[in-house]
Ligand binder design. Structure first.
Ligand SMILES: NC(=O)C1=CN([C@@H]2O[C@H](COP(=O)(O)OP(=O)(O)OC[C@H]3O[C@@H](n4cnc5c(N)ncnc54)[C@H](OP(=O)(O)O)[C@@H]3O)[C@@H](O)[C@H]2O)C=CC1
Ligand SMILES: O=C(O)[C@@H]1CCC=N1
Length: 268
């Protein structure tokens, strides 16, 4: 039995990825290893058939691909343990917002092999949207292994490393905006007399369908939008009111705040 991928930190994003990997059915639990600092979390993963280590250095020693999935605030604390286990073949697959390849090279080893990935919680449904970049010393074969793993629960887009902060508002953080918007709309629906769950289902299915039309209809985003902008219609009434209240500005400033925070996290 050879462990393929080891995870350091088993929080929200890792649980989403693992659920998506399960749904994809291409990897088994005995190909995945985990270390989380909470003993009860380790016990739960163990009883689910995952390989569980009681220290980071053992996990790193035994896993050719290591997914670094602690928070940016915690990453410095795990450096000594990664150093204790790392080999020249270890590939570090970092999902940590803001932390650059150079950071790993400076803090762990100049020869660290790093692939950065900005993932999304939507991996949970096999609909991850992964933005990835790799350091020059990653071989094609190493990249293919990572690609095979991630693509079993989503799509990959290769991007330059100097856009890794800029991508966070486009994918990593974006589910948060949709959940927030869905909650606001559903609350309003409830005030108008709907059961909140019914309102949420109607809105969420509409979000899902809207995303599918953007991806699959072959129509431009402008064309799709124009189909709803009926003169004197209800949609234009909503959009005009939203614009009057600063919708565009709101989105633009939110995107910028997200990028700025990612850059700050990289300097902690
Ligand atoms: N959530 C998301 O949608 C996304 C998250 N990310 C990135 O993923 C990373 C993790 O985020 P998320 O899963 O949401 O965060 P969580 O806080 O849910 O998960 C982090 C996990 O790591 C554990 N942990 C903390 N310190 C250590 C340590 N020293 N050794 C081992 N485990 C440790 C935490 O334990 P404890 O609970 O005890 O602190 C927790 O289980 C972040 O860097 C974030 O930037 C990227 C894209 C999307
Ligand atoms: O909010 C965060 O900091 C992380 C990074 C992207 C999504 N979640």
């Amino acid at each position: 039995m050879s462990v393929l991928v080891g995870f350091i930190g088993a929080g929200n994003i890792v649980k989403a990825i693992l659920t998506g990997i399960d749904k994809g059915g291409k990897f088994t639990h005995d190909e995945i290893a985990i270390f989380d600092r909470k003993e009860d979390a380790r016990e739960n993963f163990k009883s689910d058939g995952y390989i569980v280590y009681d220290s980071i250095d053992k996990l790193v020693k035994n896993s050719p691909i290591i997914v670094v999935a602690v928070t940016p605030q915690a990453i410095r604390s795990i450096v000594p343990d990664i150093k204790a286990g790392i080999t020249e073949k270890t590939v570090l697959l970092s999902v940590v917002a803001g932390i650059s390849t150079q950071w790993y090279k400076e803090n762990i080893d100049e020869k660290s092999k790093v692939i950065r990935c900005m993932p999304t919680l939507t991996a949970q449904e096999g609909m991850g949207s992964f933005a990835v970049c790799k350091s020059e010393d990653i071989t094609d074969e190493e990249f293919k292994d990572v690609e095979k793993f991630l693509s079993s629960c989503g799509i990959l887009e290769k991007i330059p490393e100097d856009l890794m902060d800029e991508v966070v508002p486009l994918n990593g953080s974006a589910p948060g905006y949709f959940y927030h918007m869905a909650n606001v709309v559903a609350n309003e629906g409830e005030k108008m007399g709907f059961d909140k769950e019914v309102a949420l289902r109607l809105f969420a299915q509409t979000m899902k369908g809207s995303a599918e039309t953007i991806l699959n209809s072959g129509m431009s985003i402008e064309t799709l939008e124009s189909k709803l902008r009926l003169k004197g219609g209800t949609t234009i009434a909503a959009l005009d009111k939203m614009d009057e209240l600063g919708f565009e500005r709101c989105i633009i400033e939110g995107v910028r705040a997200c990028v700025a925070r990612s850059k700050e996290l990289g300097k902690l």
